[in-house]
Design a protein. Structure first.
Length: 255
């Protein structure tokens, strides 16, 4: 995930030749039932998790579906087969190309689909001091970011697990967690999603499909993310830094 490159460094009026470390970025094509649905630009790690998390997070395959995964790492292709794919959605999906900037936007279909589902009703309680401590843990895990400054971090906290992933795309980091959770057949109603970057409406949609009751970020949420979190029963915590945090929705889960 890290590559050494030669650079010319400018400091004041002096220059020198040196090396720097940058985050790797590669394309990954995902096929579902033999149909290419998307090419993602991503960090080249945990590619099977990324592919599974993507099709689940985008609502192309329902949670609990049996999946067969074939990864060709050299060609950058993951082929997922399932008898449970939503073929109506798949036919309308078309081939997409998603940059690591994650700027694809939220479709009206996805918003309506999430709003029609039952709200996340898990009555978990979490102490603010534990949230602040876990955010510090996220930052300590972020070795690629500390070395390159070029990736986003995400973690899924469930009882006895703190699962950490990094990627050049913040949506990709979340998809990798969803994929890990699914491939390892984990089932934990009480879970918290930690993020280093901005909370957008797409993140809320993915978290809802994962059944996440609480999302915590070091950065800011968008207005639509707050509105959607309120509607679907997700507690949203932003600007979690040092000893401070802002809670934007469903405050009762936070002690």
């Amino acid at each position: 995930m890290i590559k050494e490159v030669s650079i010319r460094k400018y400091i004041s009026q002096e220059t020198r030749e040196t090396v720097d470390w940058v985050a790797e970025e590669r394309p990954l094509t995902i096929a579902l039932n033999g149909v290419e649905i998307v090419t993602l630009l991503c960090s080249p790690s945990h590619l099977d998790e990324l592919a599974v998390g993507y099709v689940l997070g985008e609502g192309l395959v329902p949670r609990g579906a049996e999946l067969e995964i074939r990864l060709d790492e050299e060609r950058g292709i993951v082929d997922i087969s399932t008898g449970s794919a939503n073929l109506v959605n798949l036919q309308a999906w078309g081939k997409r190309y998603v940059t690591s900037g994650c700027g694809k936007g939220t479709s009206f279909y996805q918003l309506n689909d999430i709003r029609q589902q039952e709200s996340v009703s898990i009555l978990m309680k979490v102490k603010m001091k534990e949230i602040l401590s876990s955010m510090t843990m996220l930052q300590k895990h972020s070795q690629v970011f500390l070395k390159t400054g070029g990736v986003h971090s995400a973690a899924l906290q469930i009882p006895d697990h703190f699962i950490f992933r990094e990627d050049v795309g913040r949506h990709n980091a979340v998809d990798k967690l969803f994929g890990y959770y699914t491939l390892n057949k984990l089932n934990a109603p009480e879970k918290i999603l930690y993020l280093s970057g901005r909370i957008s409406s797409e993140i809320i949609i993915k978290a809802r499909r994962m059944g996440v009751p609480v999302i915590v970020s070091r950065s800011a949420p968008t207005s639509l993310a707050i509105q959607l979190a309120e509607e679907v029963g997700i507690t949203l915590v932003g600007f979690t830094r040092g000893t401070k945090a802002n809670v934007y929705s469903h405050y009762t889960r936070i002690e």
